[in-house]
Ligand binder design. Structure first.
Ligand SMILES: Nc1ncnc2c1ncn2[C@@H]1O[C@H](COP(=O)(O)OP(=O)(O)OP(=O)(O)O)[C@@H](O)[C@H]1O
Ligand SMILES: [Mg+2]
Length: 238
């Protein structure tokens, strides 16, 4: 079952928020989801505790570099998607988690400090590909994007990424108070009381579009793997 890791060595980039949105959307679509909480601040574990039976997303707390492999194996056996929420720091967990991943998502806010934390992960991915011949798909997710205006900082980040041929998800995660509320109140965007949260429907649409794009990426990856396997089979029988 696919493992999707969220990484940016800068704190506050929007990793945990993106994990929460993807996990709860995948759950809404009928998938079984486990989140490995490798952040010593345990934000996603606290959200899980707060949520009670409003979600079936399974959160495994206290994941460390030593226990990561065991947790990934167990979670993969029991669920359809495993999401890994990493801390916003340079730790040995980063390379380890990337090694187990089918897709690495790098949330980046449209400001330069944040782009640096993301750049560190991108450099690591490129190093693994060039030096180790380890090719793990990775994509940047632009986060906390203003729904009304495109800022100069965001344009700069986009241009830098394009220069480096880094794949950027078409769906940015917009700055929405609903995304903060779901964190604070527990549950999901669909258990929040409509009417009390501004632009809740837009927030739901955004989360849905983000999850759809991640799934599309996953489907393409599987198709590519099948094509490689078919090619190898044809070569073997030729
Ligand atoms: N799209 C968004 N809209 C509104 N608020 C957001 C959004 N994304 C993140 N935030 C808020 O920004 C803060 C940091 O976000 P988050 O905890 O997701 O970042 P993080 O990368 O996981 O941080 P850390 O590295 O410390 O774990 C939180 O208060 C969160 O509610
Ligand atoms: Mg976090």
């Amino acid at each position: 079952m696919p493992v999707i890791t969220f990484a940016n060595t800068k704190g506050g980039a929007g990793k945990t928020t993106a994990v929460l949105l993807l996990a709860t959307e995948l759950e809404r679509m009928g998938f079984r989801v486990a989140v490995l909480d490798a952040d010593p601040q345990y934000w996603i574990s606290r959200w899980r505790q707060n949520s009670g039976d409003r979600t079936a997303v399974k959160v495994i707390p206290y994941v460390t570099a030593t226990s990561l492999e065991k947790h990934i194996q167990e979670a993969r056996a029991e669920t359809d998607y495993v999401l890994v929420d990493l801390p916003g720091a340079r730790t040995p967990l980063l390379a380890k988690a990337i090694g187990y991943s089918n897709h690495v998502l790098i949330p980046i806010q449209g400001c330069s400090m944040d782009a640096q934390g993301g750049a560190h992960v991108i450099e690591l991915m490129q190093y693994l590909a060039e030096k180790g011949d380890i090719h793990i798909p990775y994509s940047v997710v632009l986060t906390r994007v203003n729904s009304m205006v495109t800022t100069r900082a965001l344009q700069t980040v986009k241009a830098l990424l394009a220069e480096r041929s880094v794949h950027v998800m078409d769906t940015p995660i917009i700055e929405r108070s609903a995304f903060r509320d779901v964190f604070d109140c527990g549950g999901t965007l669909h258990t929040l009381a409509s009417g009390r949260v501004s632009n809740l429907e837009k927030a739901r649409e955004n989360a849905r579009a983000f999850a759809d794009e991640v799934l599309m990426h996953e489907a393409l990856r599987c198709r590519r793997l099948r094509q490689i396997a078919n090619g190898a089979l044809l070569q073997a029988v030729a």
